[in-house]
Design a protein around this ligand. Structure first.
Ligand SMILES: CC(C)(COP(=O)(O)OP(=O)(O)OC[C@H]1O[C@@H](n2cnc3c(N)ncnc32)[C@H](O)[C@@H]1OP(=O)(O)O)[C@@H](O)C(=O)NCCC(=O)NCCS
Length: 182
């Protein structure tokens, strides 16, 4: 999968095509994505919700959707993958105050998993984070979440993973990670 088109307007976006030709737009999240995030939530399997949020959430809280959709594009950023005007994947970072580190999280809708979208989203997120002076990503992953564990290691070099209780704590140096490569 390659990014084949892009522009640098007020809302930078890139369009890539999946192996079956489906166009997917990548762009920073915007406030009116709150409703798209709500619709995305109700299309997720219970397993995907649990892997992402570490608990079996039934109904997303309004304030949480708003907070997820409203970022400052500096200290907090989220890149969304959009198909037919619906969000099908989100990668986000939240910078720790006063540091050059940012915590990350990622989610791809079940129907769109296994097509390389998470890798593309994480690479894009790392690119913009690096431009803003963030040097290290961190991530918390449930111990049994082999898929997410492999994902981070396939995108980034030098992932340091420590198992603390039932969770993996990842530290990922961005410099020299090669994450910017397509
Ligand atoms: C983890 C997740 C984001 C992966 O999304 P995806 O779009 O399916 O991932 P990709 O297709 O880009 O695959 C990327 C890598 O994931 C790993 N992966 C994908 N499917 C896998 C599977 N069934 N088993 C093991 N590893 C797998 C591989 O390392 C793959 O790289 P490769 O193709 O070079 O082998 C997705 O499964 C998801 O949303 N899970 C629930 C939320 C979550 O666990 N988030 C992480 C904690 S915040």
């Amino acid at each position: 999968m390659a990014v084949v088109d892009g522009d640098q307007g007020p809302e930078p976006r890139a369009v890539l095509h999946l192996a079956d030709g489906t166009p997917v737009a990548l762009r920073p999240i915007q406030p009116d994505d709150a409703e798209r995030l709500r619709r995305l939530f109700y299309r997720l399997s219970p397993e995907t919700v649990y892997w992402r949020f570490f608990s079996p959430i039934q109904v997303p809280r309004e304030a949480v959707l708003e907070r997820f959709a409203r970022v400052d594009h500096r200290r907090r950023e989220a890149i969304v993958a959009v198909v037919a005007d619906e969000v099908v994947g989100v990668a986000r970072y939240d910078q720790d105050v006063g540091t050059d580190e940012a915590d990350t999280a990622i989610l791809v809708e079940d129907a769109w998993q296994g097509r390389g979208l998470a890798k593309v989203l994480l690479r894009r997120l790392a690119e913009v984070a690096g431009e803003r002076g963030i040097r290290t990503f961190t991530a918390l992953i449930l111990g049994e979440n082999v898929r997410a564990r492999h994902l981070y290691s396939s995108v980034f070099a030098g992932v340091d993973a420590t198992l603390v209780g039932s969770e993996w704590h990842l530290r990922i140096p961005l410099e020299g990670s090669g994450a910017g490569c397509p």
